[in-house]
Design a protein around this ligand. Structure first.
Ligand code: ADP
Ligand code: ASP
Ligand code: MG
Length: 406
């Protein structure tokens, strides 16, 4: 007998037939003698609709009310799945975030889980009841509903698996595992049998939304056995493993992209201590998340340019912050471009193999793709490019690194 957390994403619970299909998958685990907690997302499209309504009613809305609105999608699916399970003869009940509770901080719309008090659920699991838990949501110290950021049900599931000391956390989605890149834009993408936590963390943070970044970090920290698999077939999925257990060792493991980036360059800043600190403090105070940063000196040596990237949705805010700084930190002008994509290649083999950056840059330049900003970490190289070339860049790199070959 094992204790299992199963998580089903939006497409997997997209309509009533699919919810019945999910109930059968849960039943199969129960019939096999396992204790099962299920975490579900909202029906696909629902959260987008809720976010749109919240934005339309007030662009500068109260973030606490935003969370109250967007958390409702999961309330529908937990209830529906609990009934579908009961109809199949399974003892099941639904749990909202606050009922468990999933205690979070008060960072509304991207709250962090601080503690899950899972004793009651654990007790019921051992009595044979299935717990159907709403993903994506929690409750703050002030007793307000919080949400964990888009894609956050993955994190709910992994955190619940850790709190319940589960043997496995199976993430059921609309693809049958983690691929070398998004199979939607590269038909030749290959499913990986395994990926290391570290690589998966970099893939997710570079834009591969198959797992929310925080869920991977959580799994790594608490040693949760995570498997990504399809809710529509029985193919074996992808196991997220520690590096020691990794079998494959190719030049790179995967390619990720994020098409919603913006690049901002501040031209003609004074070249003196404190300038970069002043800019990035003001941006941090405004809660703008910065990704890449490059500073370059000018020919005259007394001025400098700073280029950084943010998500496209933060570009306007970032521009406004920098315009507000002009009297204290003078500069010539700002250049801002929101049609930017970030393409990243990821692999632990980068630590030991030479020539990987060169291969990336030369294959992109052969296709006429201009690299605007480059950044590297131990196991990742990222470039910013014009977003019109996103698919071309991903496919070119996939071919260049022969990722279709096992
Ligand atoms: P869910 O609703 O089940 O949480 P998501 O849409 O959040 O599903 O994540 C699954 C999607 O992630 C896939 O449909 C796929 O397009 C995308 N994706 C991006 N990169 C990858 C990758 N490397 N491997 C698999 N899927 C990926
Ligand atoms: N329903 C939420 C979203 O669409 C959470 C999730 O699907 O993981 O972001
Ligand atoms: Mg998701």
């Amino acid at each position: 007998m094992a204790r299992i957390v199963q998580k089903f994403g939006g497409t997997s619970v997209g309509d009533l037939d699919r919810i019945r299909n999910v109930a059968q998958r849960v039943k199969a685990e129960v019939d096999a003698g396992n204790e099962v907690a299920v975490v579900v997302s909202a029906m696909s499209g629902t959260t987008n609709q809720l976010v749109e309504w919240a934005r339309d009613i007030g662009p500068l809305h109260d973030a606490r009310e935003y969370d109250t609105i967007v958390a409702t999608g999961e309330q529908v699916t937990v209830g529906l799945l609990a009934i579908a399970l009961q109809n199949s003869g399974i003892d099941a009940r639904s749990w909202l975030g606050w009922q468990v509770p999933f205690k979070t901080d008060s960072t509304h719309s991207s709250a962090r889980i601080e503690e899950i008090q899972a004793e009651e659920i654990a007790k019921r699991l051992s009595n044979g009841q299935v717990a159907v838990v709403a993903g994506f949501q929690g409750v703050s110290d002030e007793g307000r509903i919080t949400t964990l950021g888009r894609g956050g049900s993955d994190t709910s599931a992994v955190a619940l698996a850790a709190a319940l000391n589960a043997d496995r956390c199976d993430i059921y989605t609309d693809v049958d595992g983690v691929y070398t890149t998004d199979p939607r834009i590269m038909p030749k993408a290959r499913k990986l049998d395994q990926i290391t936590f570290e690589e998966m963390l970099e893939m997710a943070s570079a834009g591969a939304k198959v797992l929310q970044t925080r869920s991977v970090a959580m799994g790594m920290r608490h040693n949760v056995k995570i498997q990504v698999r399809s809710s529509f077939n029985d193919e074996p999925g992808t196991m997220v493993v520690d590096e020691d257990n990794q079998m494959e060792q190719q030049k790179i493991s995967g390619i990720a992209y994020s098409a919603d980036e913006a690049r901002i360059t501040i031209v003609g800043l004074q070249d003196k201590p404190g300038v970069a600190a002043g800019i990035f403090k003001a941006l941090a105070d405004a809660h703008v998340n910065i990704d890449m940063i490059v500073q370059s000196g000018s020919a005259s040596h007394d001025t400098t340019d700073i280029t950084f990237s943010v998500s496209a949705s933060d570009a306007q805010k970032a521009n406004a912050v920098i315009e507000g700084l002009k009297s204290d930190l003078p500069y010539e002008h700002i250049v801002s471009d929101t049609n930017i994509a970030k393409i990243s290649i990821i692999g632990t083999a980068m630590r030991t193999q030479a020539g990987i950056a060169n291969m990336m840059f030369s294959s992109l330049s052969d296709k006429g793709v201009n690299l605007q900003v480059i950044s590297t970490s131990e196991i990742k190289i990222s470039v910013l490019i014009d977003s019109a070339y996103t698919e071309l860049a991903v496919r070119t790199l996939h071919d260049a690194f022969e990722l279709h070959l096992a």
